[in-house]
Design a protein around this ligand. Structure first.
Ligand code: NAP
Length: 248
């Protein structure tokens, strides 16, 4: 599953799942443009150096993925620098968990804007290039919570369910032009996002996983490599769970 010369744009790749995906795809030969938002310069430089070690082209862009105009410019710059775009990966995401009774409008808006509106932003900005090329693979990182729902995460679950509906719709709109769109729905993956949880809650999640371990960012990256590569050429409009069997 090589990606030699494929041009890839990924949101949020200085840590966690996004970083693991960027490294895996660079290792396979893909050129990587990645975004960061709150990350410090050191984290950006470390990521750039790790990616360049694979001998691929690397571009880092500071952008808030919920900002329509800024995201559009980031994608345009990438297309200009790389001479096109083959793979778009929407990974940036946040949680602002609370029971609905206590959830603020600000927490609702932040999660919907960063997790879901960002996907509209990047896909809108990429679509003309994909159409001209008559190829493209869009990979959206949702969550099993977008399928099952989860108490205390109405905003997050709604954003991830929205990503699934969006992805299935663009798969239908763009399939005739050989543009594919798929979702990866991770379960419980060890990153800063899950580290924020109480240890007892983490243990409760892990107990329920048939494979009896939390997922690693690399587990998600392996699936992204497949969807980015030509090995998945006949797969579109699908939700692939990377969850150790957690949601059956
Ligand atoms: P993480 O370690 O908290 O990383 C989140 C990433 O999102 C960071 O790279 C961050 O970049 C970026 N980001 C946040 N706000 C942004 C904004 N406004 N604009 C652009 N980028 C922004 O989380 P993770 O666990 O790796 O999660 C990655 C994705 O997987 C998310 O979409 C998450 O919902 C999904 N997911 C995770 C799990 C899990 O168990 N970990 C399970 C299911 C789904 P900066 O640091 O530069 O701001």
């Amino acid at each position: 599953m090589h990606l030699k010369e494929k041009r890839i744009f990924i949101t949020g790749a200085t840590r966690g799942i996004g970083k693991a995906i960027a490294l895996k795809l660079a290792e396979a030969g893909g050129h990587i443009a990645f975004t960061y938002c709150a990350s410090d310069l050191k984290a950006v430089q470390v990521t750039e150096a790790a990616l360049r070690a694979f001998g691929v082209k690397v571009q880092s862009i500071h952008v808030d993925a919920s900002d329509f105009k800024a995201t559009h410019k980031a994608i345009e710059d990438t297309i200009e620098t790389f001479g096109g775009l083959d793979v778009l990966i929407n990974n940036a995401g946040i949680t602002r968990d609370n029971l609905l009774l206590r959830m603020s409008e600000a927490d609702w808006d932040a999660v919907l804007n960063i997790n879901l509106k960002s996907v509209f932003n990047t896909v809108k900005a990429s679509i003309k290039t994909f159409l001209k090329q008559r190829s493209g693979s869009i990979i959206n990182i949702a969550s099993i919570v977008g399928i099952s729902g989860h108490a205390g995460q109405t905003n997050y679950a709604a954003s991830k369910a929205g990503m699934i509906g969006f992805t299935k719709s663009i798969a239908l709109e763009l399939g005739s032009r050989n543009i594919r769109a798929n979702v990866i729905a991770p379960g419980f993956i060890t990153t800063a996002m899950t580290d924020q949880m109480e240890p007892s809650i983490q243990q409760a999640w892990i107990q329920n996983i048939p494979l009896k371990r939390p997922g690693l960012p690399e587990d998600v990256a392996n699936c992204a490599l497949f969807l980015a590569s030509d090995a998945s050429n006949y797969i579109t409009g699908k939700v692939i769970q990377v969850d150790g069997g957690l949601l059956t």
